[in-house]
Design a binder for this molecule. Structure first.
Ligand code: M7G
Ligand code: MG
Length: 320
């Protein structure tokens, strides 16, 4: 990353040293020790710092450049004294982080309307795919608790009173376990709006019939052409579940059901759509990112890593 020199940050759009110092101390140094135990965890902290930078610093000062996580990580490691010694290993650290991330189990929900003919899908901020609201488990978090939290973060809807711990569909994709709880009979009058910034760009009721065909493909296209991510493999079992529980649904015989967008980021900022929901909810406090611990030293197959020394250095930096 030789391009990331910061001699004249004002013109280059590169963040000034003070901002990087502030992000580093706030998100990486000034956190519980257990979050600094391995680089896999430290990179989750760096990711939080990156989100804060993109969502707050850049928003306040649009002349600051946007970065990919890899670029931002490089910048922080090069400009944060306690991380600097590890710059030579950054490629390995980053590779291990990304491969670790896809092994963390994911849970979420399949939210069905009262007719059981439509489900809630969310569209990511980057990219164009739709998926069920879902996300990675935090360390020691139970499957259903993670589903409730992720659905709340991504849709603003609290399923805690509706969730039945035994009603779920689970699939394994490579090394990742994905469990989706079935939450059926949700009113299509329900208001949805994500609590996180720049994670979700749109929320919609999508017709199950439009999401066909069922397949094992992680990435697929619905009949209307929309791109789907980790949706198709659940549809077969979902259809079977719906047939079995059909007696509790409320069919809507009058009008043919259509998919309907219920929240859109751009509409939201323009405030122009009647479907757009204003968020009275407040953004949750940034919780400490803790992930399933796979043991210290896991990510350092290719070089020797002295956990004690980085912890001492961080402690020193924190106390300074
Ligand atoms: P995640 O939390 O890594 O995945 O977010 P999970 O919820 O499935 O566990 C998935 C992607 O959404 C990230 O890689 C980011 O691109 C984006 N993203 C998520 N969050 C919470 C934010 C955020 O607060 N700010 C920004 N800018 N992007 C986010
Ligand atoms: Mg998440």
């Amino acid at each position: 990353m030789s391009g990331l020199h910061r001699s004249s940050s004002a013109q280059s759009g590169l963040p000034p040293q003070e901002l990087l110092d502030d992000l580093c101390s706030r998100f990486v140094l000034n956190v519980p020790k257990e979050d600094q135990q391995s680089f896999e965890r430290i990179l989750f902290l760096v990711e939080y710092a990156h989100w804060f930078y993109e969502d707050n610093s850049v928003e306040k000062n649009p002349s600051l450049k946007s970065f990919t996580l890899k670029e931002f990580t490089t910048l922080l490691f090069n400009n944060c004294d306690v991380l600097k010694p590890y710059v030579p290993h950054l490629d390995d650290i980053f590779k291990d982080f990304t491969s670790y991330k896809v092994r963390v189990p994911v849970t979420g929900a399949i939210i069905l309307d009262q007719s059981y003919e439509r489900c809630i899908l969310v569209k990511g901020w980057k990219g164009t795919s739709w998926s069920f609201p879902r996300g990675k488990k935090n360390k020691d978090e139970e499957d259903h608790a993670c589903a409730i939290r992720e659905v709340l973060e991504e849709t603003g809807f609290d399923v805690s009173d509706l969730l039945n711990k035994d009603q779920y569909i689970e699939k394994i994709f490579g090394q990742q376990r994905v469990r989706l709880y079935i939450i059926a009979g949700v009113s299509d009058e329900t208001t949805f709006a994500p609590l996180t910034k720049k994670e979700i760009s749109e929320i919609a009721w999508q017709r199950l019939d439009d999401l066909q065909p069922t397949s094992d493909e992680v990435i697929s296209r619905g009949v209307t052409g929309i791109k789907l991510y980790m949706v198709a493999p659940f549809l077969g079992i979902l259809k079977a579940w719906i047939s079995k529980h059909a007696s509790s649904r409320t069919p809507k015989p009058d009008a043919p059901l259509r998919g309907i967008s219920v929240w859109k980021a751009k509409n939201n900022s323009l405030g122009s759509s009647s479907l757009t929901v204003d968020t009275q909810q407040t953004k949750p406090a940034p919780d400490v990112p803790v992930v399933v611990d796979t043991g210290p030293g896991k990510s350092f197959r290719n070089f020797s890593f002295d956990t004690a020394s980085i912890l001492r250095a961080m402690e020193a930096a924190f106390l300074a």
